[in-house]
Ligand binder design. Structure first.
Ligand code: DLL
Length: 434
């Protein structure tokens, strides 16, 4: 099923042609209307008329989170404030948030982009959609809300938290589609079991996103609550969700390429990598009026897949994000993403999906403790069995990732649950006596 079939199945040559036209327009839009972009383009000695091919995007300088912060809150808007009809922002746990403004046309494009992703994942007008993302400045809840409403589904804007009530509503309303972060979905699925209503739910589809979800974690959620889970991706800086999402074949996330131009770069050198290689995703939205941006460095690690997909969409796909460059851990010389550790952990039948990675500094070296919840707490009373499970996980981590670390098994329900993005890393490296 398609939401905008003509666009989603356009021949690739036509996609590229359209991208170039829109890129030229966006670059000129930025240059003419946003003093900051005018200045950095002048410094880079590039003018809009120098963008003659898609590769010419490489002539433009990158935009980073720091650039956005320097222009906080509205410094990069390209239209008068009265043309902005909605504002969203990142949570901004460190420093000022990133603020995005949408014109009426931006809102329309946004909801269509997310609607395409929802429909590609199997959503339809008969769905009862419980949106368990936090409503507010976060782009996730409203982005999915507008899209699901647009396709004619019934939207239940419950927001995140209040988890017992979530389950009650899910059961009483006959919710068929859940929108949440994967980690909150895991929590809700456990709670539904605990409340004894898991088998009375009518959930069929999970539209999850906003944080890394390994295929192993996805399989575990699917087994627990018997739903199909799809992944979708986006970020506040480029307009929120709606950049890419999985279709029912779940073999990469289709990029709405008529609205987004993607590059993959080497995060160290900034060089564009050959097609298919894994690196940092850089995005240029092609249709934004209110808050345009070019070559935004997402820090997310993925690769682009251009082989055709069985679903018939011609848009290229991006692989599931494995992590952010700033979340990469370097433990005793080994580079590792939390998602790689998760993939190993989840294979043990004795442990649940809740874990924390605790970093400490010992003798100037980073050390990692993997703290993970047991499924069966009675194992804690059986020293031999406990040692064996911990030893097996440690050996598995060493074999698969080449990483030696301490593994601590803890009681079920003892690691804090998250209603939004999970906080897996506890960094105690700068805390004395840890
Ligand atoms: O998380 C936008 C969004 C909302 C996407 C709902 C999908 C669904 P931010 O809060 O600005 O925006 O966070 C953006 O979250 O750079 C990634 O590191 C991470 N992220 C988002 N989606 C995924 C995903 C929203 N599907 C940051 N897989 C991004 C992995 C994701 N990481």
């Amino acid at each position: 099923m398609f939401w905008q079939k003509d666009a989603e199945t356009m021949p690739r040559a036509q996609i590229k042609e359209l991208q170039l036209k829109k890129l030229q327009h966006t670059v000129k839009w930025c240059y003419d209307r946003v003093p900051y972009y005018h200045k950095i383009m002048e410094e880079a000695k590039v003018t809009p008329d120098m963008i003659r091919t898609l590769e010419d995007v490489r002539r433009l300088p990158f935009t980073t989170k720091a650039d956005l912060r320097d222009n906080y809150p509205f410094g990069l808007f390209a239209v008068p404030k009265k043309e902005i009809v909605e504002i969203h922002a990142s949570s901004g746990t460190t420093g000022k948030p990133i603020v995005g403004g949408y014109t009426r046309n931006d809102m329309d494009v946004w909801s269509d982009c997310v609607a395409r992703i929802a429909v590609a994942s199997g959503a339809n007008e008969n769905d009862i959609c419980q949106i368990a993302f936090g409503y507010g400045l976060f782009t996730g809840a409203f982005g999915l809300h507008y899209a699901l409403e647009k396709i004619g589904a019934m939207v239940v804007p419950i927001s995140s938290g209040n988890s017992e009530k979530q389950i009650m509503i899910m059961k009483d309303f006959g919710t068929t589609l859940l929108v949440a972060t994967p980690s909150y979905a895991v929590y809700l699925s456990e709670l539904a079991k605990e409340m004894g209503v898991a088998d009375q739910l009518q959930l069929r589809l999970g539209l999850f996103g906003s944080e890394v979800c390994t295929p192993e974690m996805r399989d575990q959620i699917e087994r627990n609550i018997g739903i199909t889970v799809t992944d979708n991706y986006g970020l506040t800086e480029i307009g929120g969700p709606g950049m890419s999402g999985e279709c029912i074949f779940r073999d990469g996330l289709h990029i709405n390429e008529d609205h987004f131009l993607c590059e993959i770069i080497d995060p160290e050198t900034g060089e564009v990598l050959p097609e298919g290689e894994k690196g940092e995703l850089v995005v240029t939205p092609l249709t934004k009026e209110g808050f345009p941006i070019f070559r935004y460095r997402t820090k997310d690690i993925t690769r682009i897949i251009t082989e055709p997909c069985k679903c018939g969409r011609t848009f290229a796909r991006m692989d599931k994000v494995v992590g952010r460059t700033d979340d990469m851990l370097i433990i005793k010389g080994v580079n590792v993403f939390p998602s790689q550790i998760e993939s190993v952990l989840i294979q043990s039948p004795h442990i649940g999906p809740h874990y924390q990675l605790i970093l400490r500094k010992k003798n100037y070296m980073d050390n990692l403790e993997v703290k993970v919840e047991l499924i069966d707490g009675s194992l804690l009373d059986q020293y031999g069995a406990l040692e064996k499970v911990a030893g097996d996980i440690r050996a598995q981590l060493r074999t698969v990732l080449g990483l030696d670390c301490k593994v601590t098994l803890v009681e079920p329900q003892s690691i804090e649950r998250s209603t939004g993005k999970a906080k897996r890393i506890v960094d105690l490296r700068n805390v004395p006596n840890q």
